[in-house]
Design a protein. Structure first.
Length: 116
């Protein structure tokens, strides 16, 4: 399963960025999708999840600032990141999982850098 992530870049604190992750049309209706991030010297952490039924969950540190969504026509997941903080600086990875798959799948990372 090939995932295509994009949208990282540079922002000042308080700014916004939007990440995108496209998955194959053939599996999109089967998958839960998520964004993880890994900051330098830290473990990878789960940031947000959007389930097949559209339900969402967020890590506490991004609640109220980040919004995860999915477009079932474009086969794409988004992470809208507002009110960015320097501590949001990390490589962000998209992830998909399904009970029909033996393993998770990962997209290539996209770097988000937030300056103070």
């Amino acid at each position: 399963v090939q995932l295509q992530a994009s949208g990282g870049g540079f922002a000042h604190a308080g700014g916004s960025l939007r990440l995108s992750c496209t998955a194959p049309e053939s599996i999109f209706h089967l998958i839960d999708m998520a964004w993880y991030r890994q900051a330098p010297g830290k473990q990878r952490e789960l940031v947000a999840t959007i389930f097949r039924d559209g339900g969402t969950s967020y890590v506490d540190s991004v609640k109220g600032r980040f919004t995860i969504s999915r477009d079932n026509v474009k086969n794409t997941m988004y992470l809208q990141m507002n009110s960015l903080k320097p501590e949001d600086t990390a490589v962000y990875y998209c992830n998909v999982r399904s009970r029909y798959f033996p393993t998770d799948y990962w997209g290539q990372g996209t770097l988000v850098t937030v300056s103070s």
